[in-house]
Ligand binder design. Sequence first.
Ligand code: HEM
Length: 454
Amino acid sequence: MKLRLHGFLNPLPPGPTSFPHFSYQMGKELYENPLGTLMKYHREFGPVFTLRFLGLEMVFLIGPEANQQILVSEYRDFSWEKGLLGELIPFLGYGLLTTDDEDHDRARKLLAPAFYPARIKSYGERMVERAVAAVEMLDSGDIIELHGWTRKLALKIAGDVLLGMETSEEKAAFFAEHFEKGLSYYGGYFWQSLVLRGPGTPHSRMKKHIEKLDEVIEEEIQTRRRWPPGNSQALLDLLVHAEVDGDRLSHREIRDHLFTLLFAGHDTTAATVAWLFTLICRHPEVYNKLQNEIDEHLQGQQPTSEDLFGEMPYLDQVVKETLRLYPPAWFGPRMTNKDVEVYGHQIPAHTHVTYCSWMTHRLPELFPDPEAFDPERFTDEKFRALQPGAYVPFGRGPRTCIGMRFGELEAKIIVCVLMQRFRMELFPGQQFCVRTVPTISPREGVEICLRDRE
Ligand code: HEM
């Protein structure tokens, strides 16, 4: 990670002064109370402010206009690859998430067919099968840690529909294990681990997991190259047989796309499901209304993609409101490619900046009484009336989440299947701390007691 000290030479927008420059204190505050700390500086300095922590200077750009500028009108002025999350490149390589400009446009065109509605519907069938099988393993009276449980399920689903590994459970489990262990490098240790190198460091452990994952992927690619096109509907097969400008993709390109989608696609869904139950279990009136919709609409049948897109409006509202309060991909770091002006503030080229859905979603002028959990904010009519850039849990513009429908469908299926079988209750006395990297999720998980339905 490059340390940036250019604030001394090119003044950045205002923010709390923090000497020494490597402000441990700020890092600690952000770790312990991320949203509270950010909102405090927003109140003090307004929608553009600079924080200095652990050797990094980061300008926060908050609100719908900033979101529109970064994500839509001037998105080419903001580089994803050079932004803070470019640190993911050693793990993910250069896939859709981590590239800019022509490379990004090319990758987006290549992957788009895998996310067409018809494809998503077919993934839906697999999602239901997997979710039903996972719920059948549970019993009334069990206490489960819901975030971890959903994460495993989402990774299995991704293994099926992205990698096509459903016939080799053992290999899929091996892959999932090393993928999670490799990724944990970016969770617990994030800031510290990025600078430590050498044997025994988190970085070298992460590299070892990558080697194992690469071996599996290499073998799978070799196998799929021998299969005729159309033999499997998995994304891996689509990539193996894809041609771009007459060329086949290299092993490395295929690997990077797959890793990126697996990374972007499983913890986001798991966090959504975990927060959704945390919220509805504390709001029985919402829980009961949702339960009624699920029961009335599905009549004891398994959900289908058709049910979940458009035909269960309250479920949709509850998911939207969950993603307002806890948007898993809560910040969108970029680096400015040139001098830019945001809300009248001059920001020099090569500055770390970020938009922040989590903060934008808590602005009272956009969402009155923003701390309250109220799915009624997202009736169709109210949703359409929102200002552009006000609600961005999936980003916006040319880099909008490509897996949006995939993730929504998956989260809704898991919610329906769980609620059809059990009454979900929060294990009493839990304190919820938020983990912020790489997604907002409950740091210690969410313990849920499963009860029989009356
Ligand atoms: C509830 C679930 C999800 C949420 C909240 C979510 C959120 C987001 C957000 C906010 C971005 C934009 C990041 C930025 O602007 O820097 C994004 C991008 C992306 N997401 Fe998702 N995501 C979800 C599920 C998924 C799934 C299931 C997949 C894949 C199967 C996926 C793949 C991606 C990819 C590849 C990108 C990069 C798109 C690009 O740059 O063109 N996401 N996601």
